[in-house]
Design a protein around this ligand. Structure first.
Ligand code: SF4
Length: 77
């Protein structure tokens, strides 16, 4: 059950700085950060430091944000 970053992300990077396993990345062409579901250990540290409320546990995503499960995973393929 990895955590997932949604389009509320303001690319501040605080999540990536606080992830103990370096699961969070982005690229210059992207407008948000992404969590690698293969690396995330579901600690919740990213969610607790996100000032934009952009991060959710995947089983707590709002219905209109479900697509971000795939969007986060696809960034790492
Ligand atoms: Fe990293 Fe923990 Fe967030 Fe997963 S839940 S992306 S391990 S900070």
């Amino acid at each position: 059950m990895p955590h997932v970053i949604t389009d509320a992300c303001i690319t501040c990077g605080s999540c990536a700085e606080n992830c103990p396993v370096e699961a969070i990345h982005t690229a210059d062409s992207e407008s948000q950060y992404f969590i690698n579901p293969e690396v995330c250990i579901d600690c919740g540290a990213c969610k607790s430091v996100c000032g934009a409320d952009a991060i959710f546990a995947d089983d707590e995503l709002p219905a209109d944000k479900q697509k971000f499960i795939e969007i986060n995973a696809n960034f790492f393929k």
